[in-house]
Design a protein around this ligand. Structure first.
Ligand SMILES: [Zn+2]
Length: 222
């Protein structure tokens, strides 16, 4: 993964349904950790696009640092229906992510890219008020990122805070973990912080014995 770290740049904000751009500097399949944004990385302030309100959740910088050091590509996948609803535009979203990049850079953490879904069927922007395949729980953002960055989804993970995140991960063939306290899902383990989740991922991929713990119980029973 040294090639990735050596070529560090600010994470680009990429509309999941937008034009395809070559993003991957290598074709060797890589592992990634997909990260939900609101309520997973930062305090959830619904429809806020003010960079000055960004507040990392406890353990996020440390957890991302651990994952990066282990060689995982860090990719944010975020539903941003506030764009379809007309609350903010895509350039404001980009400024949010530039600010988040700057905060994470203080800990040496580099997010490779931010994929977002701007859609919502109840939006006021007619072009974006449509059903799509990128709004989680659909897996479109994960598939798009996997294509752009040569990610091996079966060796990758998603960390989120809602069952919607988990459904997207399952549909894409990733393993998944929950953090935070917003909603419960008895089928998956939930961790207090992203650092705790990161440690489980490292241990699971390093030793295998916790791998099963990160799968849904229904899958294990089946
Ligand atoms: Zn979408």
């Amino acid at each position: 993964m040294s090639d990735y770290r050596a070529s560090r740049t600010s994470g680009r904000t990429i509309r999941a349904c937008g034009d395809r751009r070559a993003a991957c500097p290598t074709s060797e399949p890589r592992r990634a950790v997909f990260l939900d944004r609101d309520g997973t990385l930062i305090v959830d302030r619904p429809y806020s696009a003010d960079p000055n309100t960004i507040e990392l959740l406890p353990g996020v910088a440390e957890g991302l640092s651990v994952l990066q050091e282990a060689g995982y590509l860090l990719i944010v996948v975020t539903n941003q229906s506030g764009i379809a609803r007309g609350f903010f535009d895509e350039s404001a979203l980009g400024r949010m992510h530039e600010r988040l990049d700057s905060i994470l850079a203080d800990s040496g953490v580099n997010v490779a890219a931010y994929y977002y879904c701007p859609h919502h069927v109840e939006g006021t922007n007619r072009a974006l008020a449509v059903p799509c395949d990128c709004r989680k729980p659909a897996p479109g953002m994960l598939f798009r990122a996997a294509s752009d960055w040569a990610i091996d989804l079966g060796r990758s993970w998603l960390i989120g805070n809602t069952p919607t995140d988990l459904e997207a991960a399952r549909a894409a063939g990733c393993r998944a973990l929950l953090v935070g306290t917003s909603e419960t899902s008895s089928a998956y383990p939930r961790f207090d912080s992203l650092l705790d989740a990161a440690r489980v991922i490292i241990e699971a991929d390093g030793h295998g014995r916790l791998r099963e713990a990160a799968r849904p119980r229904s899958a294990r029973q089946g």
